[in-house]
Design a protein around this ligand. Structure first.
Ligand code: AHM
Ligand code: MG
Length: 340
């Protein structure tokens, strides 16, 4: 029987309801996600204090682990590692901030892996723009003991959960375990996430595009033609509007709620952008699972479904086109050389 979702239920309740959809579930994924939620609350509290760091000064102020205040992306990375390495359900982790796989504490290895971008868009912190944590969870591929790189290099379609925490005007967590997408907003007065956005669906079409247009001179022709088409009023169309924050979680979240298309395509200029900038494991794959679960699409600029890409390296980059279904379909048409 489908459960009726009302606003105001807690994330713990929702996680348990998700678990009920899988009769074989042991509760391990629920416990893992609950620990991740705790990490999100700790990071949220620290992000909210960021603007006061210069006023209060860094020395003397200690965080929850009793350390002096650190750079926020380092703090976020350590916070997630500490929650996950001893949660008892993770065998190995990968972080955008670290070159190598991160093992769990000996004796605490479990059946899942997590890849995360601890604080995406952290260059925006100083100007009070929203940043976020992105996470991707897989069942391990190996059968026991410490996890390996091979456990982490699984394609996006086998994720068992994915989502993000956005530290914005409110802190929200948006996640999927493969049965739709739900959004929760943190009530800081009681320290609890409450369901605020049940069964999120991305609008099929939109009038917003998000791309860093400063790179337009280096784009391939089809990318430029597509963006020019969006901006044009050809055939009496209403032109799209540009919305680019430069903080992926924020740009993605806005598009998820309002509809829109986000592009970080390849370009001809810099060698490290030949595959785009964004990382498959930490950014593209988890957001692709969220967007598909919400009715949207995520592809590369040569038409591959993000969730079908076999990763070959932990820090592999991938060109990303993600958002409303109709808009991504239209982008694909242009990038295949077609025109409406
Ligand atoms: P980061 O992981 O180093 O923070 O970089 C990722 C960020 C994304 O949040 C954002 O979409 C992108 O970089 C912006 O890049 P650019 O400044 O090239 O437009
Ligand atoms: Mg990032």
């Amino acid at each position: 029987m489908a459960l009726v979702k009302r606003k105001g239920i807690t994330i713990s309740r929702q996680l348990l309801d998700d678990q009920k959809l899988h009769p074989e579930a042991t509760g391990a994924l629920t416990a893992l996600l609950s620990d991740l939620v705790v990490a999100g609350k700790i990071i949220s509290a620290e992000v909210n204090m960021a603007g006061l760091a210069d006023i209060l000064g860094q020395s003397g102020r200690t965080n929850i682990q009793g350390e002096n205040v650190q750079k926020l992306d380092v703090f976020a990375n350590q916070t997630i590692k500490r929650r996950m390495e001893q949660c008892g359900h993770i065998c190995v982790m990968a972080s955008e901030e670290e070159d190598d796989p991160i093992p769990s504490l000996p004796g605490y290895e479990g059946n899942y892996t997590i890849a995360f971008d601890p604080l995406d868009g952290s260059t925006n912190i100083d100007v009070n723009v929203s940043v976020g944590t992105i996470f991707s969870i897989h069942r391990r591929a190996s059968s026991g003991g410490p996890g390996t790189v091979a456990d982490l290099l699984q394609k996006g379609s086998s994720q068992v959960a994915a989502g993000y925490i956005i530290y914005g005007s409110s802190t929200m967590i948006v996640y999927t375990t493969g049965s739709g997408v739900h959004g929760f907003t943190l009530d800081p007065s009681v320290g609890e996430f409450f369901l605020s956005h049940p069964h999120m669906r991305i609008p099929d079409a939109s009038l917003y595009y998000s791309v860093n247009e400063a790179y337009a001179p280096y784009w391939f022709d089809d990318t430029r033609d597509f963006v020019n088409y969006l901006k044009s009023d050809a055939n009496g169309r209403k032109p799209y509007s540009a919305r680019y924050i430069g903080s992926l979680v924020s740009d993605f979240h806005r598009n998820l709620v309002k509809g829109g298309i986000f592009l970080y395509p390849r370009d001809k200029k810099s060698s490290d952008k030949t595959e785009g900038k964004l990382r498959l494991l930490y950014e593209a794959a988890p957001l692709a699972m969220v967007v598909e679960q919400a009715g949207g699409r995520a592809v590369t600029d040569d038409g591959r479904r993000i969730l079908d890409i076999e990763p070959t390296g932990l820090h592999q980059r991938v060109p990303l086109i993600i958002g409303s279904q109709h808009d991504v379909d239209l982008a694909e048409l242009f990038l295949r050389g077609g025109r409406p």
